[in-house]
Each structure stands twice: as structure tokens, then as C-alpha cells.
Design a protein around this ligand. Structure first.
Ligand code: FAD
Length: 290
């Protein structure tokens, strides 16, 4: 199941941020990006609140990363944005020198009164290709454990295939803690003729309540054994962090051994756990320890 043409190539590495809400948060993000840049990642990405809630914040963060000399990829969640708004953002990002976009439908903001967005990510991919041709490398989302809104696994796979057919170059998955979910998903994609690289999304574990709450919201499964172990460590912050790094390191080892072409870390704007996992994996040595 190796998805990389050269098996000796370094796995693709990327780190995801969200737009900081304050000047001190932005300062801190520069330090975090600086630490993670030691690993010479392929790119950093920044989330976008569907409905346009972080339109300026996402752009500011991308500008900040570019000014630090880093490769930066904005997320663009179509949400409720219309075609003119999307095209304006594409022109702006192109002007800034951006070459990669993570194209999403987005999550319906709570309290927005909307039950669904009008468009799905496939539409956004079409619009981007229509407006910007092949200028951007397009990432889309994939769900080894099935997207929570999907009717069933087959339907979800068919919608993923449609995004790819519309012009996606590669995919990043929702996070998960069972490597077999990924292995099975990639096998189903290949059997369905989907050939693009599928990079697993990795969520470091640093906080018990946070990971349980967030996983419920986004439909990621935290297996019982892991939940129970984390629950028993929740009052010992350091022990929980150490255990989290160990578990996530093993997960990444299994994924890379199974042929995953890279790793995408949901950093939550922190560097500690992501850097520790990458060092355990020897990814710093492969970059000459920079
Ligand atoms: P889609 O691919 O459109 O799929 C959404 C659902 O609709 C799925 O259940 C799918 O099966 C179904 N579907 C798709 N097409 C059709 C169709 N034609 N007819 C009927 N059903 C259909 N959210 C944000 O708000 N901002 C971010 O920055 C952000 N970044 C993310 C990054 C990654 C790597 C991932 C994995 C997720 C991210 N999310 C983000 C969350 C994501 O927006 C949500 O999971 C959202 O609910 C779905 O987005 P999507 O792009 O996968 O949507």
C-alpha cells in the first residue's frame, strides 16, 4: 500500500494552526512556527472558520508565516461564501505567493441557525479549478472513520471520489487512533480507483477532557482502552503528556510502516507534543537535525 513512489523519500510533513485571536497569540505563533520549522516541514496550514468568521485572521496568519519565510497553505471552507468572495480570496492568495490550498465545506458554526451549508467541498474544488486553473495544489479532507453527516461509508467514499475527480491533488484525513481505520480506508480508495496521496491527520494528546469533547464533536473515535488510560492519568499532566506522545508516536510508526506518504499534525498552536513525536520518529535526523 505504499503511496510514495520513492520509499526512501522523507515522509511529507505539515503542521496546522488556527488564527490567533490576539497580538500576544500571534507573537506566540511565530515562536511555535519557529520551533516546528526546525523539522523543515513541507508546509504550515491555517484553518478558516466557515461562514467567513476568520477571513481576516486566516489571511493575517498566512501573511505572517510567509513573512517568516515558511510555506503556508490557507484553508478555505466554502461555508456560506458566494462565488465572488471565493474568487476574490483566490486572487489575493495568488498575489501573496500562495501555491497550496486546503479546500473544505467547513463546519456549520454553532448558533448560526443554519442546519446545512448549500455547497459541499466538491463545488469549491470545481470553482478553484475553474478560476485559478492548476495554480494551486489542492488538498481536500478525507474520513477513514466516515464523516458524521454521511449516510453510510459507501456514500462518503463516493463523495470523496467526486472531490478528487473535480481536481483535488491530495487529501488529509480527519484524525483517528486506530491505524487499521486508515489502512482499510486507503485500500477502499485504491479499489475505487482513487490514486491521490492520502496523508493521515494526527492529533497529539495533551489533555483528557479536550480530546474527548473534540472527538465527539468531529466524529473521531477514541478507543475504549485509550479513553480509560487517559482518564486514569488526567490528574497528572506530565504523565498524560508522556503517555500521549508515546501512543501517538506508535500510531505514526504504524501508519508510516503501512505506507502513509506523510503526516499532518493538528498542533492547536503548540509545538511540544508534535515536535516530540517527530523526534521519536527520527524525522529531525532526516532533515539533518535542523
Ligand atoms: P464535504 O466533502 O463537502 O463532505 C461533507 C459531508 O457531505 C460528508 O458527509 C459527505 O459525505 C457529504 N457530501 C459531500 N458531497 C455531497 C453531495 N454532493 N451530496 C450529498 N452529500 C454530500 N472545518 C472548518 O470549518 N475550517 C477548517 O479550516 C477546517 N479544516 C479541516 C482540515 C482537515 C484536514 C479536515 C479533515 C477537516 C477540517 N475541517 C475544517 C472540518 C470540515 O470542514 C468538516 O469535517 C466538514 O463537516 C466537512 O468538510 P468537507 O470538506 O470534508 O466536506
Amino acid at each position: 500500500m505504499n503511496q510514495d513512489s520513492s520509499s526512501s523519500a522523507r515522509p511529507r510533513l505539515s503542521f496546522e494552526f488556527f488564527p490567533p485571536r490576539s497580538a500576544s497569540g500571534a507573537d506566540s505563533l511565530s515562536r511555535v512556527a519557529g520551533r516546528l520549522a526546525e523539522l523543515a516541514p513541507d508546509f504550515f496550514s491555517c484553518t478558516y472558520g466557515a461562514g467567513g468568521s476568520t477571513r481576516d485572521g486566516t489571511r493575517d496568519t498566512i501573511r505572517q508565516l510567509l513573512d517568516l519565510g515558511l510555506q503556508a497553505a490557507p484553508h478555505l471552507s466554502i461555508g456560506a461564501d458566494d462565488q465572488a468572495q471565493v474568487f476574490a480570496m483566490l486572487d489575493d492568495y495568488r498575489e501573496m505567493g500562495v501555491r497550496r490550498i486546503v479546500a473544505l465545506r467547513g463546519d456549520v458554526p454553532s448558533g448560526s441557525g443554519r442546519s446545512r451549508f448549500v455547497h459541499n467541498a466538491e463545488t469549491l474544488v470545481r470553482w478553484i479549478r475553474e478560476h485559478s486553473g492548476d495554480h494551486f495544489h489542492l488538498e481536500v479532507a478525507a474520513y477513514p472513520e466516515v464523516h458524521p453527516d454521511a449516510r453510510d461509508a459507501e456514500d462518503d467514499l463516493a463523495h470523496f471520489a467526486a472531490k478528487v475527480a473535480a481536481g483535488a491533488d491530495s487529501a488529509i484525513t480527519q484524525y483517528f487512533y486506530s491505524p487499521y481505520a486508515y489502512v482499510d480506508f486507503v485500500a477502499r480508495c485504491r479499489a475505487a480507483g482513487i490514486e491521490i496521496p492520502i496523508v493521515p491527520g494526527i492529533m497529539p494528546i495533551t489533555n483528557y477532557e479536550g480530546i474527548i469533547r473534540f472527538s465527539e464533536k468531529c466524529g473521531a473515535d477514541v478507543p475504549r482502552w485509550l479513553r480509560r488510560r487517559l482518564a486514569s492519568l488526567q490528574d497528572d499532566e506530565q504523565a498524560l503528556r508522556d503517555f500521549g506522545v508515546e501512543v501517538v508516536t506508535r500510531l505514526c510508526e504504524d501508519l508510516l510502516a503501512a505506507g502513509a506518504p506523510g503526516l499532518h499534525f493538528y498542533t492547536l498552536n503548540r509545538w511540544g507534543a508534535s515536535l516530540a513525536v517527530c523526534r521519536n520518529l527520527g524525522l529531525d535526523r532526516q532533515t539533518g537535525g535542523r
